[in-house]
Write a protein of this length. Structure first.
Length: 92
């Protein structure tokens, strides 16, 4: 297993990201989604959680030495979070 930033193992980062993803399953911006439907509702409801889940997957991939998969999952996390922010706070 490989170590990541500051010498902390990627598995520790993966556990932290997975924990945050689990937290965002229960804590989400209900007020932002109250008047939304369809895709906008799904993005607001699951976008933040999905971004942390993708980051957890990226850290697991990096821990196994699969850098290309880690980068792909990190970019997916960025896309999920970007969609969440734009949908929740810009497209009101």
């Amino acid at each position: 297993m490989r170590s990541g930033w500051l010498g902390v193992p990627y598995l520790a980062y993966a556990a932290l990201c997975a924990t945050l993803a689990a937290v965002w399953v229960f804590i989400w911006p209900v007020d932002q989604a109250a008047d939304r439907a369809g895709l906008a509702f799904l993005i607001i409801r699951w976008g933040h959680c999905a971004s942390w889940g993708c980051l957890a997957g990226a850290c697991l991939a990096w821990a196994r030495g699969q850098d290309a998969a880690g980068r792909a999952l990190a970019l997916a996390a960025l896309a999920c979070y970007g969609a969440f922010v734009v949908t929740a706070f810009v497209l009101r």
